[in-house]
Design a protein around this ligand. Structure first.
Ligand SMILES: Nc1ncnc2c1ncn2[C@@H]1O[C@H](COP(=O)(O)OP(=O)(O)O)[C@@H](O)[C@H]1O
Ligand SMILES: [Mg+2]
Length: 486
């Protein structure tokens, strides 16, 4: 048995060893294959990612190309026709950005204002704001001039999305920078009192998160629009914002680039500069009207409303850009800012504006006309001309003095948080207001005027004494006059 058993055992053992070895070798081969496969996969993934990024970069380049070419044509024309021949200016322009090189590299033509040199000695003061794509800081230039600098926000959501998708910091910085480039190019073309003023730009190598070219827009400085604050401000200030918006939309509808639509229309894309509304975020602006085959392709859709537009024989949705801007102005601005506390004599005109924009019955031309009419009526105040002179009989007027040690009170729509400071059309209107408030015992008028040119009147319950002031006059309410010393 043992003689037979031993070779059998040996054979079984041999077979086991062979099988194990085969398995081992197979396993080793398949691991090797897997490793190779994974590496190939990774390489393929990276290649796809890279080509997608290159594709996106090309798309962005194509998007700004028309503005670049336009800029260059204008620049060449300007230089041949207009430039006085200052050699230093010319060589500076030609050095960094010779015409075709500028277009092919996608760099922004020199705009001749504040540039990189002026930023060398700047002092950063504050962060003014940040958004999906950009970061804005307030700086003081060497002579103390405050400006706002706009950069690509390397910590922003736009950059984050790109990094997640392409994992290429340098490529992503370049991709996101195209939005800022586009904005600078648009700001060079679009000049209006309700568009932030581009004071220059700086484009240099290196610096940015992933190296590459770093672009900075140098802008006039404003303050971010605070809707809550604006809602509490006097009607005249809120009207100013809405009027500014109407003027801006009118300009955009007939701009040198054609009819411009703001695709990302939100209050945070605007700032206030001394109470005047200014558009600051233009990277989502477009000058193309949507293409169409029939009217069905031209439905202007909003969350709670839709409007049917018509498809032109040229295959474009007619008036789309203008209408889209106008309805957005209605739903983000006019609804909140315009009707509340409008002067009673103007409410019918304000209501008309609300109806026509809310229903898109009129275009921007008619809307702007209506706004200008309201302004004109508000300034000339025909509804107040007939205020009886007798209104002032209740008051004794003292010219060349102002009050001191005021006991004030707060009122709605005041220009000051501490007291009651209102815009009036005339001393008569101020008297009318004071007489309608039981705690008002006097008011004064100074040289201070609002943006419409109306004087500001300050109302109070009492004061401790009067001081000489050539620019002021005080009206004391006879029935309630409080004692005062001069
Ligand atoms: N010139 C400026 N002055 C003051 N604040 C500004 C200025 N420009 C922009 N901001 C503020 O910075 C924020 C971000 O700028 P924006 O251009 O809108 O960037 P993003 O494209 O990322 O939205 C704005 O919402 C605004 O509050
Ligand atoms: Mg923005």
């Amino acid at each position: 048995m043992s003689k037979i058993g031993n070779p059998l055992c040996a054979a079984v053992l041999l077979a086991f060893v062979v099988m194990s070895l085969t398995l081992l070798v197979n396993n080793w081969h398949s691991k090797d294959r897997d490793a190779k496969f994974t590496k190939e996969n990774l390489d393929a993934d990276l290649a796809v990612q890279r080509s997608l990024l290159v594709y996106e970069l090309n798309e962005r380049r194509k998007e700004i190309l028309p503005f670049l070419i336009l800029s260059e044509n204008e620049r060449v024309w300007e230089e041949s026709e207009h430039i006085s021949g200052d050699p230093s200016t010319k060589s500076k322009r030609m050095n960094g950005n010779s015409e075709n090189a500028a277009v092919s590299e996608g760099s922004i033509p020199y705009s001749g204002e504040i540039g990189c040199n002026e930023l060398v000695e700047m002092r950063a003061v504050d962060v003014l704001g940040s958004g999906y794509t950009k970061l804005v800081v307030k700086v003081l230039l060497s002579e103390g001039q405050p400006v706002a600098l706009k950069f690509v926000n390397d910590q922003g959501a736009d950059m984050g999305r790109c990094l997640e998708e392409f994992k290429d910091p340098e490529g992503c910085h370049e991709l996101v920078s195209y939005k800022l480039k586009k904005e600078i190019l648009l700001l060079q073309k679009l000049k209006h009192r309700n568009i932030i003023k581009l004071q220059g730009h700086c484009e240099e190598e290196g610096g940015g998160g992933g190296g590459g070219r770093r672009i900075t827009a140098i802008l006039e400085q404003g303050s971010p629009l605070q809707m809550i604050q604006l809602l509490q401000s006097p009607w005249e200030e809120r009207f100013r914002v809405c009027l500014g918006l109407a003027r801006l939309l009118h300009y955009l509808s007939v701009s040198p680039l054609g009819s411009v639509v703001l695709l990302d229309f939100q209050p945070r894309q605007f700032v206030l500069v001394s109470g005047e509304l200014k558009l600051t975020d233009l990277d989502d602006a477009s000058v193309k009207e949507p293409e169409c085959r029939s009217d069905q392709d031209c439905v202007l859709q909003f969350p709670l409303r839709s409007f049917n537009l018509s498809c032109s024989p040229q295959g474009l949705c007619e008036g789309h850009n203008e209408r889209r801007n106008l309805y957005n102005a209605y739903r983000y601005f006019f609804t909140y800012l315009l009707p509340h506390q409008a002067p009673s004599a103007l409410t019918h005109l304000v209501e008309r504006i609300m109806n026509s924009t809310g229903e898109l019955q009129a275009g921007i031309n008619k809307t702007l006309e209506a706004f200008e009419e309201v302004l004109q009526l508000y300034q000339s105040g025909p509804h107040l001309v007939n205020l009886p002179p007798a209104l002032l009989r209740d008051y004794s007027v003292m010219r060349g003095v102002r009050t001191s040690g005021d006991v004030g009170y707060r009122c709605w729509g005041s220009y000051s948080h501490q007291g009651c400071l209102l815009s009036v059309q005339s001393p008569r209107e101020a008297a009318l207001l004071c007489s309608s408030q039981s705690h008002c015992t006097s008011f004064s008028l100074s040289q201070q005027k609002t943006w419409t040119g109306r004087p500001l009147a300050s109302f109070r319950t009492g004061f401790s004494h009067l001081v000489p002031d050539e620019t002021s006059e005080v009206y004391l309410r006879k029935s309630k006059a409080s004692g005062a010393t001069v």
